[in-house]
Ligand binder design. Sequence first.
Ligand code: BJW
Length: 246
Amino acid sequence: MQDLIQQVADILTDAQRLVVLTGAGISKESGIPTFREAQQGLWARHDPQRLATLQGFLANPKLVWDWYQFRLGLVEQAQPNPGHTAIAELERRLPHVAVITQNVDGLHARAGSRQVLELHGNIHRFKCLRNHSNLSMADLAGQEATPPLCPHPGCQALVRPDVVWFGENLSYSVLNRAVAASEACDVMLIVGTSGVVQPAASLPYNARRARIIEINPEESELTDLAQVYLAGPAGEMLPQVLAAMR
Ligand code: BJW
C-alpha cells in the first residue's frame, strides 16, 4: 500500500490541471450515508422512485419534503472530514484544481474548496415548481405548510429541494463546465463513487489525456479506468497521500 500511496503522491505533485470527482463515499466518514452500499445505503432502505423523482414528489410532497428535511438535519450536524480537508489542501498546493461533486451536502466548500461544481444541486437550496430558484430556508421561515409554498408574490407553487432527481436534467452550465474541466485535466482523482449514475459516471471518459486515480474501499464501475487504485477509505488515504507529496 505504501508504494501505491507514493505513486499517487508523485502523480499529484506533477499535476498541472487536476479534477477531483467525488461521490457519497467522501462524506461517509462525516456520518452521511451513501446510496447504494448494501444495508447501510439510503436506497437499501428507501425507494428512490418515491423519494428522488419528480413523480414521487407530486404523488406525496410531504413525504419527500420531510425526508429531505431529515437529511438536511444530518448534513447540518456533520463536519468535513480529513478527506474533504485534504482535497481543499490540494487546491492550495497545485496550480489548478476543480472539484466536481455529485454530493448535495456542501461539505467540500465548508472544508475550504473554492472551485466546486455541484452536479446534483445542493440540499440547502430550494426552488418552486414554477422555477423560482435560489430560495433559502430563511425565505421559507414562518410557513405552516409542508412543503412550504413559494414566497414570490402571487406564485404559491410547491417548494422542493434544489437537487437533481432521476429523470431530471442537470444544470447545463454546471455540466458543461464539468465536461470542459474533465477534457482539459491531466490528472483525474475519483473518490467515493460507485460510478453508476449518468452523466456523472461518463466524465472520466472525457478525461482522455489524464492519468486516473481512484480511492474507494470497494471496486467501482470506474476502477478499470484507473492507473492507480487505492483500496481504502478517503479520510485515511488522502491525508497519507498529501503527506507523501513533494
Ligand atoms: C467510500 C467510502 C469511504 C464508501 N471513502 N469511498 C444512461 C444510461 C442509463 C441510465 C441513464 C443514462 N442517462 C441517464 C440515465 C438515468 C439516470 C441514471 O444514471 N440511472 C442509473 C442509476 C442507471 N440518470 C439521471 O436520471 C440523471 N439525469 C439525466 O441524465 O437527465 C437526462 C436524462 C433523463 C432521463 C433519461 C435519460 C437522460 C440525473 C441523476 C440524478 C441522481 N440523483 C441522486 C439524488 C440527488 C439528491 C439527493 O442527494 O437525494 O444523486 S441519486 C444518488 O446517486 C445521488 C448521488 O449523487 C448519485 C451517485 O451516487 P454515488 O455518489 O456514486 O453514491 P453510491 O452510494 O452509489 O456510491 C458510494 C461509493 O462510496 C461506493 O462505491 C462505496 O464503496 C464508496 N465508499 N465509504 C471512499 N470512506
